[in-house]
Write a protein that binds this ligand. Structure first.
Ligand code: ATP
Ligand code: MN
Length: 478
């Protein structure tokens, strides 16, 4: 549909047929006998080479063909004279759609830092690196929907504006239409949210899980895949203020089933990328190798494709939190007091501990289960020992936590007990609690941060570079 794209053209046998291509100039090179224009339209990492003869076009027109300009080129698709590509286009006609003044256009054919590119997020999709990332991101999103559809899950659209302030997953962004200069007050002087749009306090959701559970307790297997928001003021390479979360919830799944699903899901989605994004992954692999050229051999990372295949081909390590603490207590960095944070049963594992387990001890993805209930959310199913809950975190090399999930508490009494213990007003969650009174069922689910998956698959180092327009503290341009 629509004009022929460069990706299709590059797969077409050259038989001197007339073709028209449209795209942006990546480079222009002039030699004595020819003018070479590399065009790219974002359909593939590869450019197509279009060749003109000197004198064929006016100097004025040729001068306007600079990096970033947009062209319509007509010509014959012929076997390439040079090496590196099968076909090229012998130009008969050029129309310039849009020029890009080389004195002003910021994307010149040289290496730009990722920090600089973040400042020009409106143009960075035109670079090789970002177009590769965006195509891979698309393929992964597509694979997510395909996986769930193939496995009997229904896509449930949970709300983005929520009034339940009880999830405790993170700091929330407030949604209001109140005039901030003239806030209505109650008799006690508090802000009167009864006068606000929803007649109560409202926020952007931090997770679709609670509503997802309502869906699972009716449709058996559902998933959400939508934006979530956390006003966490953390300037890390792993956190965004707006990110996309994938949250399956399944009735009749226990913790073991939940782990099996999480592992199979991640492997299938990564496999999809390995099959469908070969060229882009190769490009990013080479980019990474280039970047690490200056490092000593033992500090360089495993080639990207090898890393991804390893994750697909090997079982994840599964152990309990308690076992993990024992390993950490016996570890060299603990004995040599190299960990910044103390280790002991009951601690919330910090990223140095998680990294030790994943990157040093097991050297593969790890699923940790049965965490102390005090460090996990109120809705997780309590174990018989009264101390731990059926939580599971999936930890990935270089990423840390990629999935957080659990079997959910299905006993009304136990859930209500935890709600009181953690100080949530049960009134706010009456609808959630009611599902445990009417036809409750064992059920489980998890949340996977989509950008952390994209980060892992692309091998990029900063989560701000795997979403088109990142939102983080002090940054909401574009
Ligand atoms: P972390 O400890 O890394 O902050 P979390 O415990 O807050 O994660 P959950 O509330 O369990 O994470 O959210 C589920 C998943 O969402 C996480 O496993 C992670 O993949 C992703 N995630 C959480 N917070 C963010 C964020 N600010 N930006 C991007 N992804 C996130
Ligand atoms: Mn967090």
């Amino acid at each position: 549909m629509g004009p022929l794209q460069i990706k299709e053209l590059l797969q077409t046998a050259p038989e001197q047929q007339t073709v028209t291509l449209k795209g942006w100039v990546r480079t222009k090179r002039e030699s004595k006998n020819a003018i070479f224009i590399a065009l790219n339209d974002g359909s593939t990492i590869h450019n197509i080479q279009a060749v003109a003869e000197p004198g064929q076009f006016s100097a004025e027109l040729l001068a306007a063909i600079t990096t970033g300009a947009c062209l319509k080129v007509t010509g014959q698709l012929i076997e390439s004279q040079g090496s590196g590509q099968a076909a090229e286009v012998r130009i008969t006609d050029i129309e310039i759609y849009g020029v890009a003044d080389p004195d002003k256009y910021p994307l010149q054919p040289k290496k730009h830092s990722l920090e600089f590119l973040r400042e020009i997020a409106h143009l960075r999709p035109r670079t090789n690196t970002f177009s590769a990332i965006l195509r891979i991101r698309h393929a992964l999103a597509f694979a997510v929907h395909q996986y769930f559809n193939d496995n009997g899950f229904f896509y449930l659209h949970t709300p983005i504006i929520t009034a339940s302030d009880a999830e405790g997953a993170g700091e929330m962004f407030r949604v209001t239409t109140l005039d901030l200069d003239k806030l209505p007050r109650t008799d006690e002087g508090k802000i009167n949210f009864k006068e606000d749009f929803f007649g109560r306090e409202a926020n952007l959701t931090v997770s679709g899980q609670l509503e997802g559970e309502l869906g699972a307790l009716a449709l058996s297997k559902i998933y959400t895949f939508g934006p979530t928001f956390r006003a966490e003021n953390s300037n890390t390479t792993r956190h965004l203020a707006e990110f996309w979360m994938i949250e399956p919830e399944m009735a009749f799944f226990e913790l073991e089933d939940n782990m099996n699903l999480a592992e199979d899901f991640i492997k299938k989605v990564i496999s999809h990328a390995l099959v469908h994004c070969k060229d882009d992954l190769h490009f990013l692999q080479n980019r990474l190798a280039e970047e690490e050229k200056g490092k000593p051999q033992n500090e360089r990372s495993i080639p990207l494709l090898e890393k991804l295949s390893f994750v697909v081909d090997n079982p994840f390590e599964r152990l309990t939190y308690t076992e993990a603490i024992e390993i950490l207590l016996k570890s060299k960095p603990h004995k040599e007091k190299k960990f910044q944070f103390p280790v002991g049963w009951g601690i919330d594992l910090s990223s140095e501990h998680e990294r030790y387990l994943v990157e040093k001890h097991f050297k593969k993805p790890v699923i940790l289960t049965n965490y102390p209930k005090e460090i996990k959310s109120f809705y997780m199913k309590q174990d018989e020992d009264g101390k731990t809950v059926r939580a599971m975190d999936v930890l990935f090399p270089g990423i840390g936590e990629i999935i957080g999930g659990s079997q959910r508490e299905d006993s009304y009494e136990k859930l209500l007990g935890r709600v009181h213990e953690v100080g949530i007003d049960p009134q706010n969650l009456w609808w959630y609690l009611e599902t445990r009174q009417f036809g409750t069922a064992p059920h489980s689910g998890f949340g996977l941060g989509f950008e952390r998956l994209v980060l892992f698959v692309t091998g990029m180092g900063n989560i701000r570079d795997v979403i088109p327009f990142p939102r983080y503290p002090k940054s909401a341009e574009f």
